[in-house]
Write a protein that binds this ligand. Structure first.
Ligand code: PLP
Length: 401
């Protein structure tokens, strides 16, 4: 405690964040997660900013499955997997995820952040090339940094640029090449063009990897993910994803693919080797979630109905959205102060959503991001649309009807 300058330096940086409007305050909830939440001041809000796509986070069936696993397997393992931290429930979940994703084997992590952080370094070295979409998630970027492979970056979702990078890596004589992309990009709801990416990978003899955090459980006809949506099941080499969004919402991540890859990760992946086992109640609840969405597409269908309804109605009212079909709906306000004022006014009107502006999104692309859930009722969505209309008129974003 003798270096005061260290602490005052930190305080200065925090103050700067605040004056620049970049400080991220945390919203405190006094309730479970759901379509409606109760804030710590007792106000009920309709929640439009959770990754709770299937509405399973605060769901009682999910909770009961977690409780059953808690009863059977206890609270935790106090061990990494390879010492004495693997229970039958973990093996069952790995098998179930593999079946669900259409892969040979799966390895569990404490988070998708760890899955991405620990996937590159054991598999690739300085002879190889990692070709990564410019908008890939922070955990992919960090994972690539931990690995000695040459790095190539292509403009977001830009297939011509991807091909250019593949050519560059080929000309440089790289041994293995892997194309890495988010299946769905969470700021825009953009879906990666996996059919074209797979075709390019085949043309250049490259591997493919997708991060399915915003897709597993609801993209594609039966909710298997972006690879199902794009018709390339069985043709992606490595799939990472989270159990902390649609698939129950607690925490946990996975990497899935060929057995040689997964076996190598079990031997060499540092966040797996040196971090505690996923809590058995999360594994048990995740199994129940996969069972449930394997039996019926009801939740996934409801999510897509809600998404289509909201996308259609918000445009009818007069707002501009980024076109698409994903439950992430960016409502464009373009101007940062307007986006901030808008989100604050929506909060007063009982709607929780998040505003994004530079540097999180490009300059002039400020927005509020809406995320639909299967748990939203039509009545709740109509209330939200009513609040959008009111706030939009008050702030002069849309014209009076
Ligand atoms: C949320 C997210 C992650 C991190 O998931 P956690 O399981 O919460 O660590 C990784 N990748 C993408 C694309 C995400 O959206």
């Amino acid at each position: 405690m003798s270096d005061q300058a260290f602490y005052s330096g930190l305080q200065q940086k925090l103050d700067t964040l605040k004056t620049e409007g970049l400080f991220k305050p945390e919203r405190v909830l006094a309730s479970r997660q759901g379509a409606e939440v109760v804030a710590d001041d007792g106000r009920t809000l309709i929640n439009m900013c959770a990754n709770n796509y299937l509405g399973l986070s605060g769901d009682v069936e999910t909770q009961k499955a977690a409780e059953a696993a808690l009863q059977k397997y206890g609270y935790g393992l106090s061990s990494v997997r390879f010492i004495c931290g693997t229970q039958t429930v973990h093996k069952e979940l790995e098998k179930k995820l593999s079946d669900f994703l259409g892969t040979e084997d799966t390895i569990l992590y404490a988070a998708a952040f760890d899955a991405n952080g620990g996937v590159f370094e054991p598999l690739f070295d300085e002879n190889d090339a990692i070709i990564s979409d410019a908008l890939n998630h922070a955990s992919i970027i960090d994972g690539i940094r931990l690995c000695k492979a040459a790095r190539y970056r292509y403009a977001n979702n830009d297939m011509a640029d991807l091909e250019k990078q593949l050519q560059a890596a080929t000309e440089a004589g790289r041994r293995h090449k892997i194309i890495v992309t988010d299946g769905v990009f969470s700021m825009d709801g953009t879906i990666a063009q996996l059919d074209r990416i797979v075709a390019l990978a085949e043309k250049y003899g490259a591997l493919t990897m997708i991060d399915e955090s915003h897709a597993s459980g609801f993209m594609g006809k039966t909710g298997r993910g972006t690879h199902e949506h794009c018709g390339v099941i069985g043709r992606i080499d490595i799939i990472t994803g989270t159990l902390g969004k649609a698939l129950g919402g607690a925490m946990g991540g996975f990497t899935s693919g060929r057995k040689e890859v997964i076996e190598t990760l079990r031997q060499k992946s540092r966040p797996y080797l040196f971090s505690n086992t996923l809590a058995p109640m999360i594994a048990g609840a995740s199994l129940a979630v996969l069972d449930r969405i394997g039996k019926s597409t009801e939740l996934r269908d409801r999510l897509h109905e809600n998404t289509a309804y909201f996308r259609r109605e918000i445009e009818r009212i007069g707002f501009t959205i980024k076109p698409g079909t994903h439950p992430v709906v960016p409502v464009m306000l373009f101007d940062a102060p307007v986006a901030q004022k808008f989100a604050a006014r929506m909060f007063e009107l009982g709607v929780l959503l998040s505003g994004f502006f530079y540097p999180v999104v490009p300059m002039g692309q400020a927005r509020v991001r809406v995320q639909l859930s299967a748990a939203h009722t039509r009545e709740q969505l109509d209330k939200v649309l009513g609040a959008f209309e009111q706030a939009g008129r008050e702030l002069g974003i849309i014209k009076a009807a």
